[in-house]
Design a protein. Structure first.
Ligand SMILES: Cc1cc2nc3c(=O)[nH]c(=O)nc-3n(C[C@H](O)[C@H](O)[C@H](O)COP(=O)(O)OP(=O)(O)OC[C@H]3O[C@@H](n4cnc5c(N)ncnc54)[C@H](O)[C@@H]3O)c2cc1C
Ligand SMILES: [Zn+2]
Lengths: 107, 420
């Protein structure tokens, strides 16, 4: 069972009280962007086998959206962090790098 | 091209002949060759779709210098993990065309492949348990009639006749009728993979198992070969047919796909006497069930919500599925479940597949079948072979990976709320 710490209310939330929200840190493109940029933001996904940054909602808890770093090949959770950031925190990235030396880093 | 000895046909006579030597001398169903340095066509992924693509490249276009490369064992991906539901009662025209092509090929696939795929068109019901579903399925019946797909709307009384073990007046969601496809049903999943593999091998194609593709090489925007755990292999054309691993392969070729990989689970019960000779899907409560020839009840439900490559799903989904089915079929409440497993399904936003050219020339993808691609194997292979051989196919035109950018979705997510 997947367990994530909600960075807002501090609760250890298990899967049934969480809602998955897909890839995190998407750069949004709107009017004025090229078709390719909009396509990339709206539909294309990294979907990596390995380190994945993703959105989660503490749906049956505080109700807030937060972000998590997780390994899709092992289900290991590296950590969670508040959603008000456009890139994963440096200390979390360092922690992942120490556990996954071959990880090419956040791009 | 390596010419193999002619495949010995399977027949009643062959069983008698082989009995003379106590069944010790059956020839191997397919060869396990070492890879050659170059092929006209390389297919990545020996699931049903990859093998069927290779088969129809040979059968329909005479292209037999083909390798199918598989990192595990053939049919060991989703093809060998699915619950084998076959139907073609989709809503949109492009879907009806390719799924009905597949269903109709299933009708005589055993004869065509000389391999018993145990196609069993036993009939399939999609229960309507809300008024919204009643309207939706009636609309599908009208659409199917126009598409030449034989389906009908049936009332609860007829549902009960077809499925005596069903509980029509469930407390939450009574059965209000069903979308019925009399020639929908099931087939033996492994046999579909094995039958195509045997026929491909007999045409001289190489199926290379235990060989992972680790890189894709291209020059001047054109694909020229793959790197594998058994060395480099050059190719004229490359087909990526890797279901849940499609994004990983696309990444090797330098592009992205509109795909996310999720876990989908299934389970089977202990075998019991025959009690249900149709397939029943209940999309509102999220579960479906059929009975295998061995007597096991074969059960499936919905996907997990998060990206996953582990072929392991979350337990609470199993619980939800079983809860839904016990409500629909109270008599199964005391059944013991024997096995439970998961596969990694390749989900697109509109729940329709991708059979497409890509940004890399001579590189084609066939993926996005998600929770429901077993039923499509023959039609998908037929269409993909045409796309790869001729550069276009009427069956794949609408399934391009660029349809999202163009806003031309083939929206099947409303028509089928459940994974199957
Ligand atoms: C639990 C479950 C139930 C389902 N129920 C149904 C159902 O009832 N009806 C239905 O129609 N569909 C169903 N499906 C969906 C169906 O199983 C799939 O859509 C279909 O089998 C996909 O076939 P495929 O050949 O594309 O993929 P797969 O059979 O998964 O084959 C892809 C192959 O590619 C190989 N591969 C991946 N990466 C590499 C690499 N780098 N190098 C070499 N090889 C590689 C994999 O090992 C795999 O064998 C179900 C799926 C699941 C998981
Ligand atoms: Zn919270």
């Amino acid at each position: 069972m997947l367990i994530l710490d909600c960075p807002y209310c501090g609760v250890k939330a298990e899967e049934t009280e969480l809602q998955a929200g897909g890839e995190a840190h998407l750069k949004r493109y709107g009017p004025g962007s090229s078709d390719e940029e909009f396509d990339g933001y709206m539909f294309m996904r990294k979907n990596p086998k390995g380190v994945h940054f993703e959105r989660w909602r503490h749906a049956y808890g505080c109700g807030k959206w937060f972000l998590a770093a997780r390994c899709t090949a092992t289900l290991e959770v590296f950590g969670t962090y508040p959603a008000q950031t456009s890139a994963p925190p440096a200390d979390l990235q360092a922690k992942i790098k120490s556990k996954r030396p071959n990880w090419e880093g956040y791009k | 091209m390596s010419i193999t000895r002619a495949m010995k046909r399977y027949s009643a006579f062959a069983i008698a002949r082989e009995a003379m030597s106590y069944h010790q001398n059956w020839e191997e169903a397919w060869r396990s060759p070492a890879p050659k340095p170059k092929y006209d066509v390389v297919i990545v992924g020996a699931g049903g779709h990859g093998l069927a693509t290779a088969y129809y490249l040979g059968k329909n276009y005479g292209i037999t210098n083909v390798a199918v490369i598989e990192k595990g064992w053939l049919g060991g991906g989703n093809t060998g993990r699915n619950t084998t539901i076959i139907r073609s009662n989709y809503l949109q025209d492009p879907s009806a065309a390719i799924y009905e092509k597949a269903r109709s090929l299933f009708e005589d696939l055993s004869q065509d492949l000389n391999y018993n795929v145990m196609f069993s068109p036993r009939g399939l019901l999609m229960l309507a348990q809300t008024h919204h579903e009643v309207r939706g399925y009636r609309r599908t019946v009208y659409a199917n009639n126009l598409q030449g797909v034989a389906t009908e709307w049936i009332e609860p009384k007829r549902v009960k006749e077809l499925v005596p073990i069903i509980n029509l007046d469930g407390p939450r969601y009574p059965v209000l009728g069903a979308l019925y496809q009399a020639r929908g049903g099931t087939a033996r999943h492994d046999a579909v993979a094995w039958g195509y593999a045997r026929a491909c091998s007999a045409m001289g194609m190489d199926i290379i198992q235990q060989c992972e593709v680790t890189g894709i090489r291209s020059e001047g925007g054109k694909v020229v070969g793959v790197n594998t755990t058994k060395g480099a292999i050059d190719c004229g054309k490359l087909g990526l047919v890797a279901a849940g691993h499609s994004s990983v392969l696309a990444d090797m070729a330098g592009f992205r796909l509109p795909i996310e990989s999720l876990a989908l689970q299934a389970l089977v019960s202990e075998p019991i006497k025959p009690c249900m000779d149709v397939v029943v899907m209940a999309n509102t409560v999220h579960g479906y069930m059929s009975q295998s020839d061995k007597g096991e009840m074969v059960i499936g439900g919905g996907t997990d919500g998060f990206n996953n490559y582990t072929q392991r799903g979350s337990f609470h989904h199993v619980e939800e599925t079983v809860r839904a089915l016990i409500e629909t079929f109270p008599m199964i409440s005391r059944l013991k479940m024997l096995r439970q497993w998961g596969g990694i399904v390749d989900m697109t936003g509109d729940r329709s597949p991708i059979l497409s050219k890509t940004p890399v020339e001579n590189l084609f993808v066939n993926c996005g079948w998600g929770t429901g691609g077993f039923k499509a194997i023959p039609g998908s292979g037929w269409a993909m072979a045409e796309l790869m051989a001729r550069g276009h196919s009427p069956l794949t035109e609408e399934f391009s990976m660029y349809r999202f950018r163009e806003g031309k979705f083939i929206d099947e997510s409303v028509a089928a709320g459940v994974a199957h």
